[in-house]
Design a protein around this ligand. Structure first.
Ligand code: GP9
Ligand code: MN
Length: 624
């Protein structure tokens, strides 16, 4: 005990600096960044999260020699304070935290620059109080000058590592898959602290920079030739059928095809969608192609007709790339493009990525009136979300392209008693059991939305595209799933088939409807929609095919390399026929090769940020 005491008093200034920075960060979290917590554990994480980085950061100051050591501690305090302060200014303007690309994206900072005076408050000077105090301590020689360091640096670095790991494991318990999944800046800051967040951000950004540096304009020519060789002409009867109309896209959270036209405890799970399908084009062999980026991956794939990344979220890692996305294209064609989604705008880096994709407007959580009563689980209930969106929709110029992202049918599938329209299922998986009532609720919310569209008079002038964003029930629930599907077991073949999500194209006033068995995926939505709107895709770089194209090859490639066609399912290094019987690999080989080649070419575009070279003179020359 004595030894610890004397060690602390030897490095008194150091420990004071650590303490002050921790307190200062916490005060800023609460007062400056309005970070709230739902429970005591979250509050505890918030209090301790600056500690590990402070211990490490100030340990670097100790590496300086003799008298400089104490002065460097104050200098480091100043650096940390400035970092906090820049974040605070940025937050006051954008309600978001700084990222490295944002620092280099001058347009963002120009916005800031002109209003910087308005963003500073007199009370901000209080951030310097601890610095002044530390300086006075040094000037009046009240802290010992540490002349010789012993093992302190090693001990402090180890302490910082232990503290960080402890912090991370508590945070991971509170927020599973924090680093790999929950790519939300506020969540990261909340859980690992603002300094650690910046280190993490630096790591993510540097990873995506390297490959970009080595790419050049000849790469895009090859990729473009590859993609265009796969082009298929549209069905002339449907080409341009939706020209001039509004487009409403609905991303149906965690909705899988196995619930469509199915029942639980004798009750229909999706009565409205089943009815809608009768009056629409419905693709029954349509697959999600997402990986860890979940909803954000589905958005990326749909808007670009390119694949997301095999790990992490492309929304997060390549939010600053050049894209030729659907919203940008349609916006240039005179449509108003927007997203409606009642969540924090920085979740999945949407605020940044949506600019790169060319959306004119993002109606995030701040556009909605969210209360205790109208929220459940992840936030605003779907019925209220759609209801409140109608006014926003009407405020837009027409024709518009607007994407609605639903939320209630999200893991862990919570629902208020009053919203339960059917009973839970009965199996060993609470997750699967709860899934059915929340799906039923979402179905009801979409039904209400269609009624509201009709009441508002917008229905007739709009085409609707509804798709499931990704699976809701993971393979961890295979036992319960096999019980529900009445199978002995869920094989890898079944698991792949379970990656089907509904895809519905509803065109009011169009007298045809059909359930189409063409195999496809989210990557096909962009060319399909562009053709319906009457735009050629011959010169586009797409990895998908118009689902209505007469020559569509009927193939889906999943992000893990699985491939599905009319005849085979390849997954887990095994080739199956469509009955799920294993067959010889040769039957799958050509499709596997094509699938891998698609994935590889699409990845090259993203990692090399190749679309930035389009329209450059060199590319035009090389094409000639
Ligand atoms: C979050 C919502 C859900 O805004 O889109 O994201 P998910 O966890 O499904 O990727
Ligand atoms: Mn989702």
């Amino acid at each position: 005990m004595e030894r610890i005491k004397s060690a602390i008093s030897r490095l008194k200034l150091y420990w004071l600096a650590v303490l002050f920075l921790t307190i200062k960060s916490y005060i800023l979290y609460k007062v400056g960044f309005n970070i709230s917590s739902d429970n005591m554990l979250q509050e505890f994480i918030l209090i301790i999260n600056p500690l590990s980085s402070a211990v490490l950061f100030f340990a670097i100051a100790l590496l300086f020699k003799h008298r400089l050591r104490n002065i460097m501690i104050v200098a480091f305090s100043l650096i940390a304070t400035m970092l906090l302060y820049f974040n605070l200014l940025y937050y006051r303007f954008f309600t978001d935290f700084l990222t490295l690309p944002v620092l280099f994206q001058t347009s963002n900072l120009n916005d800031l620059g002109s209003s910087i005076v308005g963003l500073t408050h007199a009370a901000d000077l209080l951030l310097l109080v601890d610095l002044i105090f530390l300086t006075v301590l040094i000037a009046t020689k009240r802290v010992p000058a540490v002349h010789r360091l012993k093992r302190e640096p090693i001990i402090l670095v180890s302490l910082a590592v232990v503290m960080f790991l402890a912090n991370l494991s508590i945070a991971q318990a509170e927020r599973p898959q924090l680093l790999s999944r929950s790519f939300d800046r506020e969540l990261l800051v909340k859980n690992i602290g603002i300094l650690n967040y910046h280190v993490y951000d630096g790591y993510i950004q540097s990873q995506s920079r390297a490959q970009r540096v080595f790419a050049d304009s000849s790469d895009i020519v090859e990729v473009k030739n590859y993609a265009q060789a796969n082009h298929k002409d549209p069905d002339p009867e449907l080409f341009g059928i939706a020209e001039g109309k509004n487009v409403v896209m609905i991303s149906l959270e965690s909705l899988q095809t196995f619930v469509i036209n199915n029942t639980v405890n004798g009750e229909e799970v999706t009565p409205f969608l089943n009815e809608l399908i009768e009056d629409s084009y419905y693709f029954e062999n349509f697959y999600h192609q997402t990986a860890q980026g979940k909803t954000s991956d589905s958005e990326f794939i749909v808007d670009n007709s390119m694949f997301g990344r095999d790990s992490g979220s492309v929304f997060f890692t390549h939010g600053g790339n050049d894209y030729n996305a659907l919203p940008e294209f349609l916006s240039n064609e005179g449509m108003y493009t927007s997203v409606m989604h009642s969540n924090n705008k920085s979740f999945w880096n949407r605020d940044i990525m949506y600019q790169s994709l060319g959306y004119d407007q993002f109606f995030d959580v701040n556009s909605y009136d969210v209360t205790e009563e109208n929220s459940v689980g992840w936030g605003l209930k779907d019925v209220d979300f759609f209801e409140q969106s109608i006014d926003l929709l009407q405020s837009q110029p027409e024709p518009f392209y607007t994407k609605f992202i639903t939320l209630t049918n999200h893991f862990p599938f919570e629902l208020d008693e009053e919203d339960k329209m059917i009973d839970e299922y009965d199996s060993n998986s609470g997750t699967l059991n709860r899934f059915f009532p929340t799906v039923r609720y979402m179905d009801h919310a979409v039904e209400r939305f269609f009624e509201e569209m009709k009441e508002s008079g917008m229905y007739e002038d709009t085409i609707f595209i509804l798709y499931g964003d990704h699976y809701g029930i993971s393979e961890n629930h295979n036992r319960a799933m096999s019980q529900y599907l009445d199978k002995d077991e869920i094989t890898p073949f079944d698991s792949t088939q379970l990656q089907r999500v509904p895809m519905i194209v509803h065109i009011p006033g169009h007298d045809k409807s059909e359930t189409i068995s063409t195999v496809g995926g989210q990557i096909d939505v962009k060319p399909t929609l562009m053709h319906l709107l009457g735009h050629s895709t011959r010169n586009e770089i797409h990895f998908g095919t118009d689902l209505f194209a007469p020559e569509n090859e009927s193939r889906a490639v999943l992000r893990n390399g699985s491939v599905i066609t009319d005849d085979i399912v390849y997954t887990n290094n095994t080739c199956y026929d469509k009955q799920g019987e294993e067959i010889e690999m040769e039957s799958c080989d050509p499709d596997i090769e094509k699938g891998l080649s698609d994935l590889e070419h699409s990845d090259r575009i993203i990692y090399g940020d190749l679309l930035r070279f389009l329209d450059s003179e060199e590319v035009e020359e090389q094409e000639e």
